[in-house]
Design a protein around this ligand. Structure first.
Ligand SMILES: [Mn+2]
Length: 323
């Protein structure tokens, strides 16, 4: 199906349902929260009487992108489920997937699970926020200002300020249109996204000081509970700092691990600027993009095994480039 037809089909399905649930991945990032809320706002603006709920665990640090709705799945009547920014069913947050018949998936991760009969997957798109921007601009969906702000933030965040490889002329074209149509204030939006407490910068210094770097240019750190307490940061902030360790000469892939005591799980965040790491992450209850992935691991031994595999892939990467 060509893209134009697909976008029309998505619009038609939205139009034909009175109840719409929008979901995204567990452990959401700004793109996940921004895109789901933007789509909700656009649908509500276009079709005033529809019931549209954004579901999943709320994250206080991303409150400026919108709040989550409460959902009672037992009272739904022929709902449409729209799943954004997640390729696999097991990583969808906040819903019982098997309850839904009509499902739309819109995602920019490499294809994994089939979810519904309408699927728009573009693993070359910078973000799902970019895809939702395109959907709104190319259909009769309206674009309220708050939705435009969210979409801008989602694109900026997932593309690391237009610096990652899937930033394309299409990204810039859509962002230009977005700004032209909505008159958003970019400077204040950057402030929402990047303002942080000094404790986080101090903590970043702690990570930089304690990061282990192997001879194969793999860097890793298990962040201790004591360090998190000492610096007064929360664990979500700690793992988000992973993005700040790009463009370091001696490091080609890196991983930060925090232990989530409440859920008794090691949360691993992995980044790379060369070796592909998502296939390794997927072996450890994780996944993501080729150069940006995460994993949730039950026992510490597996964390060490994951590190060993990442180190190995760095070694291989270096060897291949020597030839
Ligand atoms: Mn994304």
């Amino acid at each position: 199906m060509n893209l134009g037809t697909l976008k029309k089909k998505i619009f038609k399905s939205i139009k034909n349902h009175n109840e719409i649930i929008i979901a995204r991945h567990i452990g959401p990032d700004p793109d996940a929260i921004a895109s789901t809320n933007a789509l909700k706002l656009a649908i509500k603006e276009t079709f005033k009487n529809k019931k549209v709920l954004v579901v999943g665990k709320s994250v206080s640090r991303f409150k400026y992108l919108g709040e989550m709705d409460n959902i009672d799945e037992n009272v739904l009547n022929n709902p449409l489920l729209i799943v954004l920014d997640v390729p696999n069913i097991s990583r969808i947050d906040g819903i019982n997937f098997s309850k839904y018949k009509d499902i739309i998936k819109i995602d920019h991760h490499p294809y994994e699970d089939k979810m519904g009969n309408i699927e728009w997957v573009d693993d070359k798109a910078s973000s799902v926020s970019q895809m939702i921007t395109e959907l709104i601009l190319d259909t009769n969906l309206l674009l309220p200002k708050k939705a435009a702000e969210n979409l801008f933030l989602g694109i900026v965040s997932d593309s690391e300020r237009f610096s990652l490889s899937y930033t394309s002329s299409k990204t810039f074209y859509l962002v230009a249109k977005l700004i032209e149509k909505s008159n958003i204030d970019i400077v204040s939006l950057y402030k929402c996204l990047y303002m942080r407490p000094f404790s986080e910068i101090r903590f970043q210094g702690y990570i930089a000081t304690n990061l282990n770097v192997t001879e194969n240019n793999f860097a890793y750190l298990k962040i201790s509970k004591e360090a998190i307490l000492e610096y007064g940061v929360d664990i979500a902030a700690a793992s988000n700092l992973v993005n700040n360790f790009n463009y370091i000469k001696e490091i080609i892939a890196w991983a930060l691990v925090v232990y989530d005591e409440k859920n008794e799980i090691f949360k691993v965040n992995i980044r790379s600027r060369g070796p592909v790491i998502n296939n390794i992450a997927s072996k450890y209850n994780g996944g993501g993009h080729p150069l940006a992935s995460g994993a949730r691991i039950k026992n510490e031994n597996d964390v060490n095994n994951l590190f060993a595999e990442l180190d190995e892939v760095c070694k291989k990467y270096n060897e291949d480039r020597k030839i």
